[in-house]
Design a protein around this ligand. Structure first.
Ligand SMILES: [Zn+2]
Ligand SMILES: [Zn+2]
Length: 291
């Protein structure tokens, strides 16, 4: 039985249970180690993450819980760090690097400082076109971006592909994996989170939202995997979308796991729990893949 789980959320971000409830249930399940990994701050979307102040309060509470329960379980103090987070991660035991968004230069800015991406997007969307619902405009250091969430709804992903990628979902996927491929360098993370998150809705859409058999799709994830393998840190086998009923398979998909393993990559099991009853969800089904 796997008794360790390093990916879970609490009421500090978008989870349903307190950190102490997560720790107590982990103890009750006989776990030897538990890592809590609240969502790090993203300036362009504060709806689900911790503010900078909350991040510090969260860390302080976890320090207290680590002391309180030290005879029963080892509590690790983590963060799930988005590729585009602005959080300071130095004070944490470990971080999970995740891509929840891709971004494109805002075509309404006339492509200022952006080059071919913005030109293509401006052509597709029209310079005066409205930002699709769910996409998030945000300006940083004088550059206007549109952030596109990858795990909100299939409709948002599709609308963003129409507005910014000429309707080409594989081009959107290529941008996703360019972003994923740089997550280790960009965040300095210790674990690679849900590598193919953009396929979250594939089992709920007909035909599947992202055609994972497309040769361009396969080339894109292979390139990202090769980049991340150089960091020599484990990839998650993440069962979070299974426990939430979106998928029957973990992230990443089996062909990706097989490829990573064939190149010497390692895995760690993560439940990505947002409530106490999904800790170590389905871990026994995949534990053989850790060997
Ligand atoms: Zn995540
Ligand atoms: Zn998570």
């Amino acid at each position: 039985m796997i008794r360790k789980d390093y990916h879970m959320h609490t009421t500090y971000c978008d989870g349903s249970n307190t950190a102490e409830e997560m720790v107590q249930v982990a103890i009750g399940k006989g776990m030897t180690e538990v890592g809590i990994s609240g969502h790090s701050h993203t300036a362009f979307d504060e709806s689900y993450c911790m503010s900078h102040e909350e991040t510090e309060r969260y860390r302080q509470e976890l320090l207290a819980l680590r002391e309180k329960y030290r005879d029963q379980i080892s509590v690790r103090i983590g963060l799930e760090v988005d590729r585009y987070s602005d959080a300071d991660t130095d004070a944490f035991d470990y971080t999970i690097g995740s891509v929840h968004y891709i971004r494109v230069p805002d075509p309404r800015q006339g492509g200022a400082g952006a080059g071919a991406d913005a030109d293509a997007a401006a052509t597709a969307a029209g310079a005066g076109a409205a930002v699709p619902t769910g996409c998030l405009p945000h300006t940083e250091d004088g550059q206007a971006w549109i952030y596109i969430p990858m795990d909100e709804t299939a409709e948002i992903t599709r609308a963003a592909a129409d507005a910014y990628f000429g309707g080409d979902l594989i081009a959107l996927a290529e941008r996703y994996f360019e972003t994923a491929g740089e997550v280790a360098k960009a965040t300095g993370c210790d674990i690679i989170g849900h590598f193919d998150l953009l396929t979250k809705f594939n089992e709920k859409t007909e035909p599947p939202l992202i055609d994972t058999g497309d040769p361009r799709y396969i080339a894109a994830w292979k390139k990202a995997a090769d980049q991340l393998l150089q960091a020599d840190i484990p990839f998650e086998i993440n069962t979070g979308a299974m426990s939430k009923g979106y998928r029957t398979e973990p992230y990443p998909a089996k062909p990706i796991r097989d490829y990573i393993r064939s190149r010497g990559g390692r895995f760690i099991l993560s439940s990505d729990s947002h409530r106490t009853d999904t800790l170590c969800y389905q871990f026994d089904q995949y534990k053989s893949e850790l060997e």
